[in-house]
Design a protein around this ligand. Structure first.
Ligand SMILES: [Fe+2]
Length: 379
């Protein structure tokens, strides 16, 4: 029942033995369909403190309420985080999302055939599989037992539209039970036991905190230039086996094969984004979309392979198995995450008959992320 005395409860997620993934919290005693200003203020504080919030038992939440919760972080925002760019048939995001007709900021994602859902009928969802994106693959015979991070990312168009502040994911239907071994396949031997179809999160703040003082200073003073129309630009390139950025084989589409590029829509963003509540810095780079680095001395690293190597060296320690929170989805889970403070990745390989149905929402922000204070002052 809606009430002025709604008092939400926030409990940090238990950190498994041996894990250093000390972020995330479970939120209870909240009515998302009738969210009071006080309850939202508490959720907002909790989100910027814990980065990932899990609300259990939310199957009843409508697409409209999901949209309204997501938009409340930036009430003037109106369009989906990727705007209409999803319509571009060459975008690598195009096959993975279906738009809810009556709430176009909310997308349906998942796996398998769905007869009917929220005005969509007889449609097939396809859980992204690393074989469609990685330069190397797990052999077919190992494919149901082993998996990889598909693509570490921030939900962001990275061209024209500002990165969304928050993303919501609602698990409508979840196939039961098995687990998989996630391989990094990068020569380290790193592996992670994960629930089937988990969403993996790492904290950008932890990623920044773990850097050496020299690397922190570099990250604070460097800006990242993203490719124009990045999801079309990268559509012909392939990922590293860790899902953390692309291998450099010169396969990206040349700029003259992209839709028209407007220079003022190209985004050059700080490498570190500042948390609006705590002031903490997160190392926030969408590794696959990086095109150039702008350094403090005014020079530009425009050698793509070199820019990627620099970013990879800074980010890779932050996705070590001990740093990952792999959410074990149950039907009705609504996960709200701070898209400007974490990286996340789809994980897993489903069989054809394993039906998974999720709703995702994020809203293009009305302002770009803020960088470190000293950079803001000198800019
Ligand atoms: Fe995402």
């Amino acid at each position: 029942m809606p009430s002025a005395t709604q008092s939400i409860v926030v409990e940090p997620l238990p950190v498994p033995k041996g894990s250093q993934a000390s972020f995330g919290a479970v939120v209870s005693n909240v009515d998302i369909e009738n969210l009071t200003d006080d309850a939202f203020a508490s959720i907002r504080d909790a989100l910027f403190t814990h980065q990932v919030l899990v609300f259990k038992g939310q199957s009843h939440v409508t697409p409209k309420a999901q949209f309204e919760l997501t938009r409340r972080f930036d009430p003037a925002g109106t369009s989906y985080g990727h705007g209409k760019t999803l319509d571009a048939k060459r975008s690598i995001l195009h096959p993975d999302l279906k738009t809810i007709p009556h709430q176009p900021q909310v997308q349906v994602i998942g796996n398998g055939f769905v007869p009917s859902y929220e005005g969509l009928t007889n449609f097939k969802l396809r859980h992204p599989h690393h074989r469609t994106f990685h330069a190397t693959q797990i052999p077919d015979e190992d494919d149901l037992a082993f998996t990889r991070f598909y693509r570490w990312h921030i939900d962001a168009a990275l061209y024209d539209l500002a990165p969304p502040i928050a993303t919501t994911l609602l698990a409508v239907q979840v196939p039961k039970g098995r687990r998989q071994t996630l391989r990094y396949d990068d020569g380290t031997g790193d592996e992670l036991d994960v629930p089937l179809g988990t969403t993996a999160f790492v904290s950008g703040e932890a990623m920044y905190d773990a850097l050496s003082p020299e690397d922190q200073a570099f990250a604070r003073s460097t800006k990242v230039e993203y490719a124009p129309h990045p999801y079309i630009w990268m559509s012909t390139a392939r990922s590293r086996p860790t899902g953390l950025g692309l291998v450099s084989e010169g396969k990206e589409l040349p700029l003259d094969q992209l839709p028209p590029v407007e220079e003022d829509k190209i985004q050059v963003l700080p490498m570190c984004w500042r948390n609006p509540v705590t002031g903490k810095l997160a190392l926030q780079v969408h590794p696959s979309a990086v095109r150039k680095l702008h350094l403090a001395d005014g020079s530009v690293v425009d050698d793509l392979a070199k820019a990627r190597e620099i970013v990879y060296r800074l980010q890779r320690p932050g996705i070590a198995p001990s740093k990952v929170y792999a959410h074990d989805w149950e039907e009705g889970d609504l996960v709200l995450f701070h898209n400007r403070g974490v990286l996340h990745s789809v994980v897993g390989a489903f069989a054809e008959d394993e039906v998974r149905l999720f709703r995702q929402c994020n809203i293009a922000a009305t302002h770009l992320p803020e960088g470190p204070v000293e950079a803001a002052v000198s800019a």
